[in-house]
Design a protein around this ligand. Structure first.
Ligand SMILES: [Zn+2]
Ligand SMILES: [Zn+2]
Length: 260
């Protein structure tokens, strides 16, 4: 097994605004380097995704758990759902079936297998460049299944007291992918539905549907949104959203350029 260096701080924490924090895992390969967003509401805090679960958020950043937060799982991939078992409240779309076991690995070949992706798509080696502690066994990584405490559906509202977030069901990447949208501030948390990290959208997994993805992208083109906080990469504005959605709609069905 490859011996990886140990890093003392597994997570980076960036205070984006008084009401928004971004948590990242910088020692993962880009394909698994997801964003965990924390919306600090008046009445409750809301996590949007929960990282890989390699290190415990509850132990490493306990201040975020002082007021028991709820977790919106945008979808069931390991880089978004891995820490979900640490939350008392886990909200997800029923079509995502996040309670299914055995859908994660940090070994590229095994990950491609469990996700139904083409062989070699995630490269080789291990999908980390460090570990949080000496004894961490990345070969034994598993995505822990979680039973949702609330099933999210299109049109549901998540009321944090000072903002009302609308749930959008946006299938394509996965069947139960959701985003949350706040129409007054025109903010969208998009998960892996759309992001801007230099790679193409992932629509080639066993559960993906390019047909659904096209409908989703057309829907995003109609959305009155100013800022997109995505599941990967940096946040971006509506102009960039239009470029990304149109690029997807142009290339769908053509050979993919995604290289992990
Ligand atoms: Zn994903
Ligand atoms: Zn992801």
């Amino acid at each position: 097994m490859t011996q990886l260096p140990v890093v003392p701080n597994w997570f980076t924490v960036e205070q984006v605004s008084p009401t928004l924090t971004l948590i990242r895992e910088p020692h993962t390969k880009p394909v698994l380097a997801a964003n965990t967003w924390v919306i600090h509401g008046r009445d409750r805090d809301l996590f949007v995704d929960s990282g890989l679960g390699i290190a415990s958020m509850r132990s490493c950043i306990p201040e975020f758990f002082d007021r028991e937060p709820a977790l919106v799982a945008t979808h069931g991939h390991l880089d978004h759902l891995g820490g979900a078992h640490e939350f008392a409240e886990v909200w997800a779309h029923a079509a995502e079936r996040i309670e299914r076991p055995g859908r994660g690995s940090l070994v590229p070949g095994s990950l491609a297998h469990v996700l139904g992706a083409p062989d070699g798509i995630f490269g080789d080696g291990v999908l980390l460049d460090a570990v949080p502690e000496e004894s961490y066994d990345w070969g034994a990584y598993e995505l822990r299944p979680v039973v949702p405490t609330r099933e999210l559906a299109e049109g549901d509202v998540i009321d944090l007291g000072d903002a009302r977030w609308e749930v959008l069901h946006l299938p394509g990447h996965t069947p139960g992918s959701v985003a949350i949208f706040e129409p007054e501030q025109k903010l969208l948390f998009s998960g892996d539905v759309v992001y801007d990290d230099g790679t193409d959208m992932i629509d080639f997994l066993a559960e993906s549907s390019p047909e659904d993805y096209q409908v989703t992208m057309r829907r995003l083109l109609e959305l009155d949104v100013d800022t997109i906080m995505a599941g990967h990469g940096e946040r971006f504005g509506r102009e960039r959203l239009v470029e990304l959605a149109e690029r997807y709609l142009c290339r769908v069905g053509k050979p993919k350029t995604y290289a992990g």
